[in-house]
Design a protein. Structure first.
Length: 74
């Protein structure tokens, strides 16, 4: 699936989750809805502080798009 399609799918899942929650239904896996990467929709390797998966985090950090993050060396 293309990245744009995953973003749309993630947004739609979140909206459906919020509607079900407002209707009084308890979801089976609430963390799967919220702990998704905002950029690609991945579930695994999610970093809460940055709201993205480890792969997207690495790419953006290397390009310098995340402020305050730099590559460490020792």
């Amino acid at each position: 699936m293309a990245r744009k399609a995953l973003k749309v799918k993630t947004a739609r899942l979140k909206q459906e989750f919020l509607k079900a929650l407002a209707a009084g239904k308890k979801p089976n896996h609430p963390t799967k809805v919220y702990n998704r990467c905002q950029l690609c929709g991945r579930i695994g390797g999610f970093m809460r502080k940055f709201e993205m998966c480890r792969i997207c985090f690495r790419e953006h950090a290397r390009e310098g798009k995340i402020m305050g993050v730099k590559k460490s060396s020792w």
